[in-house]
Design a protein around this ligand. Sequence first.
Ligand code: DAH
Length: 337
Amino acid sequence: MFLEELGKIEEEAGRELREADSQDKLSSWHTRYLGRKGRLTSILKSIGALSLENRKEVGSKANQVKERLSLSFSQRKDELSCGPSLREDVDITLPGRPFTYGSLHPTTKVLREICTIFSGLGFGVVEGPEIEEDYYNFEALNMPEDHPARDMWATLWMENGLLLRTHTSPMQIRIMERASPPIRVIIPGRCYRYEATDATHESMFYQVEGLAVDKGITLAHLKGTLTEFSHLLFGEERKIRFRCDYFPFVEPGMEMSIECLSCQGKGCRTCRGSGWLEILGAGMVHPRVLERVNIDPEVYSGFAFGMGVERIPMLKYRIDDIRHFYADDLRFLAQFR
Ligand code: DAH
């Protein structure tokens, strides 16, 4: 009989406790169940009249119920007293703290833009190693040891004879070794040069390389592709020009410039008075480069290009010093949200 009664008390007490939504109701609950004249206390008091065996069973059950109810009671009390209006140590009228949130690095933004444009033109995106062999960085690109053109790239050599790639062009070779034409890829990535840094030179920077190899690829395809790229990145009204240039791994070689973004071609400090800004190097893949990777230059031809990435946001956002990019200064980076 006592056991049944205990079960009932626990159930009712639990329900009423959940319904108690003020300190007053809570303390009246406490009086009714756990107080000196409360229901549970009465049972505990009358246990003495029971037989020894019953006393043990009812007593331990009653104590368990009492413990559980006490615990529920103090939890409920905490819940009620933590309501915002009841806490005196928190001024809920204070304005909140703004969330700080990150943003994409300007280089990342431009890289993504470039990749999106070339993906749309049918190019795949591939990455390659930053630590390179002499063979890929120079030799296979038509620059044997002692070739004077090697001096165009101030190189960081490692003790084991490897080097930090000075451009993304070595990936042209790695790709042609693995894949057979038709090939259409771009290769974004970091490059390194042994250079005293100044406003326009960093020892680490990004390039995007491009390579297309197929039957019947001509200079017209190269110019068409780069013109479309410029239209999409800089707008159709931005004039571009191609001029002859020399790179050992292309023949003919050229550079592409765009009309200066600062002065619209009139001539200013940014373009050193010329009205033009050089954006990239390019050309038709040299037959000897194709031969080396066992692609027959009588059957196939290709074009390649390589551009510096930081140059583009520098021109777009009038950033006057490349060293801002990797100095990790939030005052600089937060401007590109
Ligand atoms: N790799 C050259 C550089 O770092 C840029 C370049 C020029 C890449 C002509 C090419 C190319 O693919 O055809 O200066």
